[in-house]
Design a protein. Structure first.
Lengths: 786, 160
């Protein structure tokens, strides 16, 4: 297949990142690097109990300490802020409400009890120690069985039975498929609680300008405009009274989307005290109280024919959402259920979702909210292969959608098109030498090691259009907004409503603008993360940046080029601009099939537009200032196949990853360097989560993983080099064929690694169905079998 | 709390007189008193490595060091690595090999390997991964960083 990038000059360039210079030299400006004269420091007193009634809080001793300016509790904040209502009209979703700070009871260990504002952070932390709280301890709900037990204590008094969301769906004839089956294969998949762990913790700085009655919040956030909407609403301010400014962001991964309570409190305090207030979360707070993710169990029942074909599939998801609902409780589980069948031909399908509230930190989306999807689907296929004694690659191939079957409508109504599951799977199977595994396995056994290959095919939902939100019942949009300005000198500024946290937007989005306009990417500056500068967009989440943001910028830049060429045609005394193009900031004309220079440059057009507008053709306004909004298709998909080879040492339970290969078809890429970085980073996050990461709560709801010595993430020693096989089938429904990417790597890594480990463990007749795959867990599976 | 003490810090070859309470962390003094914000604080318990600086030429965690301990020691931070506006070979290689994304862990990694490569001019990839395991990166999967260190080592070996 011809690479679509052949026709582009700026999109697809391997341009090294322009943001690197400041980061490499220590000149990045992250939130805590900002000097703010006179800023006070906020620190939070947090609950030592998982579930307790607040009987009384004595703040007097703390308030009297030197350097302490103010100590506040939930009662104070209730007067200055409104309550967050989480009650979208979604079937089966219990409405919830959340004040800025708990007033009557705390719901998890780490929940907020009081806030100290002091002259510096050291003094604020001293004062926290001096606050006395009398608690009446309540029973802690720490897992799904206790959440759903009859008569269980309620985490949220407004949520009966702790059942936050309950949804079900069926398409086709699942019961008929079950009746006709040669076998029914049941599998279980338990994913542990994890957290995002951005290297930069949360934090913010709020400045209230009393003379102007205006609030500025500096905060590292992925979606500054929706954040501003929330902040204004909860402080009863107009959106024109609030500016959100994002400095450099030290990683986010989904943890920096919503307005958290701490941030709202800091803003309210700055307004109340009429002084700047700043907050830097420490790592213990980040691990205990920022946002958790992923804790869910999926069970599948697959009705299969003798040859491994799936006749019908049932999915049951139960998810532990924690104590607070910053996102609709059904949202994450629903996406898993919606796209489970991904690259496979399964028309008879049903699912049921139950989401519980527990006395743990609230959960939210983490890079690939639907992370476990591909593990559950390909893990089900592995179970079918084991049960029927057929080859694991063959069972995938027989169920997989073939090139002639697209566009394909999944049982859930989702439409996939322009994806290449058979090609990517074949590519990785060949690259990793699936056929030659037997010989390598034999050699490993001579060393008492057990080898396995894992395979996982991914269909990644990337960019959600506004129609998706409408159908999901969520108030919101998937559109993105952009502006492009050509300045009087011909320099180019542009902006979009995204905010990056390491994705290289200042380089890759400049390439989208440059392509659309007809200049080199080097002359385009991308301005992000200031709500007074950027247009109102939906921010960076999912894998929408390139499709929605890049698409909006490209289309806006095309609009700019059209006007530039109309002006150029006028200057060249031509009747029309049809035979003109802008390239390298110079206007060229097609004469006898060849492009030749006209002598008119973008700078000439810019000068006239700003300094001599009466020379413009009739109907063309002065200036070169363009804006545009773009709503992507309801959903775009990219796909990939992952393969990895592992060796397991049954004596220690250690897993060594020997090779990791991925073929990812993410369509047109803006910048291959940036895309490769996203692929590696996503796979690394998936492997780290599968091997090591776990938020541990004990039975009383104490978080036992509150330091980086307890919450383990992969270091350079646990991860392999990743071999990337490029594939680029453009999406025919997006502006330049972009599909979006950056989360599928997580999905594929979980599935491929688990599949490989289970392949290696097959001689022992055991299957790992829980994550993480720690040495003690592997040893526990093998106990008594070696 | 306890009273301030006047100390002299030698940072990146310059002397600075600062008043610090004994409990004040070196990372806070570098960032807040001296304005050297390139040293990042990621965990405040010495695990993540983002705050790695050099004390007398050897890597150390600024977040678990008290500023008051630093009298008569030479501290080097990320701000001193590029000379005359020119990247060090490691900085150049990190740029070329896409060894950074959000950039928060980057200064700590550069400081670790500026020191390591001085003493170990020809490390294997395994050696590099072993040393790098003291610095956490959540964005890159480490591959670009490892490639950058390999490239920088080769570049340094070619230099006189």
């Amino acid at each position: 297949m011809k690479a679509p990038t052949d026709t582009f000059t700026q999109i697809g360039r391997a341009l090294p990142r322009r943001e690197d210079r400041r980061f490499l030299t220590g000149q990045g400006q992250y939130l805590d690097d900002m000097a703010i004269a006179g800023a006070l420091h906020a620190t939070f007193l947090r609950s030592p109990h998982a579930h307790a009634r607040i009987v009384s809080i004595a703040i007097e001793a703390a308030a009297a300490l030197p350097g302490v300016v103010k100590v506040v509790t939930g009662h104070d904040l209730a007067a200055w802020t409104t309550v967050l209502q989480m009650a979208p009209p979604i079937d089966g979703l219990a409405p919830t409400a959340m004040p800025a700070m708990p007033i009557n009871k705390v719901r998890f260990q780490g929940d907020i009890v009081a806030c100290v504002i002091a002259r510096d952070r050291y003094l604020a932390e001293d004062a926290i120690e001096a606050i006395e709280v009398d608690y009446e301890i309540l029973p802690a709900i720490t897992d799904l069985p206790s959440a759903f037990a009859a008569g269980a204590a309620l985490v949220d008094d407004a949520v009966p039975g702790n059942l936050l969301a309950h949804q079900s769906f069926a398409a086709g004839d699942v019961a008929g498929g079950m009746r006709a089956a040669h076998a029914i294969v049941e599998s279980s998949f338990s994913q542990q609680r994890q957290t995002h762990l951005p290297l930069e913790t949360r934090g913010c700085a709020a400045i209230w300008n009393d003379g102007r009655q205006h609030l500025t919040l500096h905060i590292g956030n992925q979606a500054p405009h929706p954040l501003r909407t929330q902040l204004a609403r909860r402080l009863s301010l107009s959106e024109s009274q609030v500016t959100v400014i994002c400095p450099d962001v030290g990683g986010a991964f989904g943890q920096k989307i919503v307005l958290y309570r701490e941030e709202l409190i800091v803003a309210a305090m700055a307004r109340h005290l009429r002084r700047p207030v700043r907050w830097r979360e420490d790592r213990m707070e980040n691990l205990q109280a920022a946002c958790h993710a992923r804790e869910a169990t999926c069970r599948t029942r697959a009705a299969v024919a003798k040859d491994g074909r799936i006749l019908a599939l049932e999915l049951d998801i139960s998810e532990d959402f924690g104590a607070y609902s910053f996102f609709p409780g059904n949202y994450i589980a629903r996406v898993v259920a919606l796209i489970l069948t991904g690259p496979y031909r399964i028309s008879d399908y049903s699912y049921e979702i139950r989401v519980a509230m527990t006395n743990k930190c609230g959960a939210g989306p983490m890079r690939a909210p639907m992370a476990m999807t591909s593990w559950v689907m390909d893990g089900t296929l592995d179970a079918i292969a084991r049960r029927l004694g057929i080859d694991r690659l063959a069972v995938r191939q027989i169920n997989m959608l073939q090139p002639g079957e697209f566009p394909y409508t999944m049982a859930t109504g989702e439409v996939v098109d322009d994806i290449t599951p058979t090609q990517t799977l074949a590519a990785v199977a060949e690259s990793i030498d699936y056929a030659g595994l037997a010989a390598r396995r034999k050699e490993a056994e001579t060393r008492a090691r057990f080898r396995g290959i894992g395979l996982c095919s991914v269909v990644e939902s990337t960019t959600y259009g506004s129609r998706f939100y409408k159908e999901a019942g969520i108030a919101g949009s998937g559109h993105e907004a952009a502006w492009v300005r050509i300045e009087p000198s011909g320099a180019v500024n542009a902006s979009v409503g995204l905010m990056g946290a390491g994705q290289g937007y200042e380089t890759s989005l400049a390439q989208a603008v440059a392509e659309g306009l007809g200049v080199d990417a080097e002359v385009v500056r991308i301005n992000l993360g200031n709500t007074d500068v950027s247009p109102y967009g939906m921010g960076t989440r999912g894998a929408r940046g390139a499709t929605a943001g890049g698409g909006a910028l490209y289309l806006c830049a095309r609009k700019a080029q059209d006007q530039v060429l109309r002006i150029a045609a006028h200057l060249l005394a031509l009747n029309s601009a049809v035979d003109l193009r802008l390239t390298g900031a110079k206007v060229q004309r097609l004469i006898d099939g060849a492009w030749s220079e006209t002598g008119v440059a973008l700078a000439d057009v810019a000068r006239i537009s700003y300094l001599d507008p009466t020379a413009l053709p009739e109907g063309i306004p002065p200036g070169l200032d363009f804006s545009l909004t773009y709503d992507p298709p309801p959903m775009t998909y990219s796909n990939s196949a992952h393969a990895c080879e592992v060796e397991v040492d049954p004596q220690t339970g250690r897993i060594e990853i020997l090779r990791y290969v991925v073929a990812e078809d993410c369509g047109t890429v803006l910048n291959p360097i940036v895309v490769a970085g996203q692929q590696r980073g996503a796979i690394a996050m998936g492997l780290s989560g599968s091997l090591l990461e776990q938020v541990y709560y004990d039975e009383s709801g104490q978080n036992l993983s509150s330091t980086l010595a307890d919450y383990l993430v992969a270091t350079a020693c646990e991860l392999p080099n990743f071999e990337i096989l490029p594939m680029h089938t453009p999406n025919r429904r997006t502006p330049v064929g972009i599909k979006g990417m950056a989360e599928g790597g997580v999905m594929g890594a979980i599935g491929a690694l688990t599949s490989a480990v289970n392949d290696a463990l097959a001689p022992f007749g055991v299957t790992a169905d829980k994550l993480p795959l720690t040495p003690p867990y592997i040893r526990s599976l093998l106990r008594g079998r070696i | 709390m306890s009273d301030s003490v006047r100390i002299t810090l030698s940072v990146n070859g310059s002397g600075h007189v600062v008043d610090v309470t004994p409990r004040r962390l070196l990372s806070d003094v570098l960032r807040e008193d001296l304005g050297l914000t390139g040293t990042h604080v990621g965990c405040e318990h010495g695990v993540c490595g983002a705050c790695t600086i050099l004390i007398d030429g050897r890597p150390a965690r600024a977040c678990i060091t008290f500023a008051i301990q630093m009298e008569r020691h030479e501290v080097t931070t990320i701000e001193a690595v590029a000379r005359d506006d020119v990247y060090s070979p490691l900085q150049q290689a990190m740029h070329e090999e896409h060894g950074l994304q959000c950039g928060f862990c980057t200064p700590g990694i550069i400081m670790t390997f500026e020191a390591y490569l001085r003493d170990n001019p020809d490390p294997s990839e395994t050696d590099i991964r072993d040393v790098l395991s003291g610095n956490l990166c959540r964005c890159t999967g480490y591959q670009g960083i490892v490639a950058a260190v390999v490239k920088a080592a080769a570049d340094l070996r070619r230099r006189p």
